[in-house]
Design a protein around this ligand. Structure first.
Ligand SMILES: NC(=O)c1ccc[n+]([C@@H]2O[C@H](COP(=O)([O-])OP(=O)(O)OC[C@H]3O[C@@H](n4cnc5c(N)ncnc54)[C@H](O)[C@@H]3O)[C@@H](O)[C@H]2O)c1
Length: 252
């Protein structure tokens, strides 16, 4: 028996990085997986890898910042898989690098629209389904930048702080319903997003390189392991938690 045997899992941002590894691990541990992303090519690659491993998986193109698409995403999951037990709301972007006073309003709105409003919309449509079933687990992808200042990335930092606020609020609102809601705060994880951050701005690159006391970048698989555990019934007493998966960076 896998850790999430026969559960239905939905992963946003599943075409790349942490989301792809999370979808893969949930599938290997027995879940049927709906992989959602803006990027169809990468999403289909994730699904192909799952199918080759004998898992039941499907891809849906979704922009998590668009309410109608998120509503349709949850409806599609119910139609295709007959339920929704676990959701990993992971889609996100880094946004512009540079001091706060250099951020264009359009860039600010885009980062908040995907990283924060996207998580809000996902939970808005996932929670009622899980409440009706009397069980479910939601994992929202925040960041170490959700807990501390991130010079040069104010919009990203604000969005990830806010993800923790709505995660904790939704967890308490639903504490007696059987629906657990948690967040993960990854440190610097070796993914395409981090590569873009390293290339974006010398100040951001220096911060990333200095951020991991463990002495190396994290791997997407290591974050996926935490998401898997939070999704599983083994985490039955855990809700409203913001879990660092960060090689000690938030302990400094
Ligand atoms: N890599 C890190 O160091 C790190 C650290 C902390 C937090 N995180 C968070 O982890 C999550 C995953 O990041 P990653 O490093 O795997 O990045 P990534 O760029 O490899 O993957 C992000 C995925 O999200 C998708 N996406 C972006 N906008 C979307 C939208 N509007 N709708 C649907 N999908 C969309 C992208 O297409 C991509 O496939 C993000 O929320 C990120 O903020 C990453």
């Amino acid at each position: 028996m896998g850790m999430v045997q026969d559960k239905v899992a939905l992963v946003t941002g599943g075409a790349s990085g942490i989301g792809r590894e999370t979808a893969r691990l949930l599938g290997m541990e027995g879940a049927r997986v709906l992989v959602c992303d803006l990027e169809e090519g990468g999403g289909q690659e994730t699904v192909s890898a799952l199918a080759e491993a004998g898992c039941d998986a499907a891809f849906l193109r979704v922009d998590v910042s668009e309410e109608a698409e998120v509503e349709a995403m949850v409806a599609h999951c119910l139609e295709r898989f007959g339920g929704l037990d676990c959701a990993v709301n992971n889609a996100g972007i880094g946004g512009p690098a540079g001091g706060l006073d250099s951020i264009a309003l359009a860039d600010w709105n885009r980062v908040l629209g995907i990283n924060l409003t996207g998580v809000f919309l996902c939970m808005k449509y996932q929670i009622p389904v899980m409440r009706r079933a009397g069980a479910g687990s939601i994992v929202n992808m925040s960041s170490g930048a959700g807990k501390i200042a991130t010079p040069g990335m104010a919009a990203y930092c604000a969005s990830k702080h806010a993800v923790l606020g709505i995660t904790r609020t939704a967890a308490i609102e639903n504490a007696k319903t059987g629906v657990r809601i948690n967040a993960i705060c990854p440190g610097s994880i070796d993914t395409p997003m981090l590569e873009a951050g390293l290339a974006s701005d010398p100040e951001v690159a220096a911060m990333i390189r200095a951020s991991m006391p463990i002495g190396r970048l994290g791997e997407a698989r290591e974050v996926a392991e935490a998401a898997l555990w939070l999704c599983s019934d083994r985490a039955s007493l855990v809700t409203g938690h913001a879990m660092g998966v960060d090689g000690g960076s938030l302990a400094q």
